[in-house]
Design a protein around this ligand. Structure first.
Ligand code: TXA
Ligand code: MG
Length: 348
């Protein structure tokens, strides 16, 4: 295949033989030889599958919107769930999140290890809003082994969900990652079978207490012993839910989808190079991607929605966005923003 398109993978890799249409398959490199190739991909805004002690992660530079959009694209996630930001050390963690005393105690006791802490974000921390799905909290974890070394070399946090396509179970070997995502990513770093084999335990700071959001690799009673306090359980809409709360998706302005025209007092969120009628009269205007690139649009989505909301517009009109690839998740996010408000809950 000789594709001149700008988004085609640059470096040739192994190719699967025996079929007429040659398909790209991911290269699998052992941890001992993977550091430099992994760094090069991450610095270029691409993704890499890496071993952690829990499960394999599909990692991208958490400060690079295109890299983060590629994670969602490779997983085929139909919506933008918030991702865990993986850090190399406590200093990096403190730069992106504010620690309360209990959370700091847990970090010191269990990091590096299979514990994720959901904490308030530090403003201006450089983390791309697509990582947190626009939330003002952030999930932080310090992994053991290759992942930690890679983050230290990169000098920036890595966003990484489990390295499986949406709806499949988490992969615990490099071969499982390659079998599932191999056609969509360039590199799988092979660190052998992951020792823990299930995802990290997720705990969220809530006032003076901590809430268990997802049971995982560290038993809840170990955590309770460390803080000498019971964890709160249940009560919020579940781990998959933070990105789905209607309240979180509701901006101050009303949102009108598939707009072919722009009305009085409306701001316009555009896409592509075909403008809605009357667009020059929009009270504010931002284009998710002039070239119609869904990856670029995904990386701009949260920031642009916030900017248009802050402009004070009564209504944000949104031009039609195709449903293919990342378009499905973009449309999911926008339709939540446009949903009726009567049952909206306060933003968390
Ligand atoms: O062991 C693990 O945690 C693996 C490895 C790769 O680190 N990662 C993982 O990521 O399981 P993922 O994306 O499959 O699951 C992360 C969970 C999601 O259910 C998400 O809803 C939750 O973390 N999460 C992320 N940010 C959050 C936030 N700000 N508030 C509440 N939950 C959050
Ligand atoms: Mg997962």
């Amino acid at each position: 295949m000789n594709c001149q398109c700008p988004l085609a993978p640059a470096a040739p890799s192994y190719y699967a033989a025996g079929i007429r249409e040659v398909t790209r398959v991911a290269e699998i490199l052992a941890v001992g030889e993977a550091m430099e190739p992994a760094l090069a991909l991450l610095l270029g805004g691409d993704v890499v599958a890496i071993p952690t002690e829990t499960v394999y992660g599909l990692a991208g530079d958490a400060t690079n919107g295109i890299g983060v959009a590629r994670i969602f694209e490779a997983k085929g996630r139909p919506r933008f769930n918030p991702l865990i930001a993986h850090v190399a050390d406590m200093a990096m963690a403190e730069r992106i999140a504010s620690f309360d005393p209990l959370s700091r105690k847990l970090a010191l006791a269990f990091w590096p290890g299979p514990l994720t802490l959901v904490l308030p974000q530090r403003p201006g921390n450089g983390i791309h809003p697509l990582v947190t799905a626009g939330l003002d909290t952030i999930a932080v974890r310090m992994p053991r082994g290759f992942g930690g070394d890679l983050i230290a070399r990169l000098g920036r946090p890595l966003a990484a969900p489990s390295a499986n396509s949406s709806g499949k179970i988490s992969a615990t070997t490099a071969q499982a990652v390659a079998a599932d995502l191999g056609g969509r990513i360039k590199l799988v770093v092979d660190g052998g079978a992951t020792p823990v084999g299930l995802e990290s335990t997720i705990v969220k700071a809530e006032g003076e207490r901590l809430r268990l959001l997802r049971p995982g690799g560290i038993a809840a009673d170990e955590i309770e012993a460390a803080i000498r306090m019971e964890l709160l359980r249940g009560g919020i809409a579940g781990v998959e839910a933070p990105g789905m709360l209607a309240s979180h998706y509701a901006p101050g302005a009303a949102v009108r989808l598939n707009a072919g025209t722009v009305g009085e007092g409306e701001a316009l969120l555009a896409f592509g190079d075909q403008r809605a009628e009357g667009w020059r009269g929009a009270t504010a205007f931002l284009n998710l991607s002039l070239s119609g690139d869904l990856r670029e649009a995904a990386s701009n989505l949260f920031a642009y929605m916030q900017d248009l909301d802050r402009s004070g517009a009564r209504i944000i009109a949104v031009e039609p966005i195709p449903f293919d690839g990342l378009g499905e998740a973009i449309n999911d996010r926008l339709s939540r923003a446009a949903a009726p408000r009567d049952n909206a809950q306060p933003t968390t």
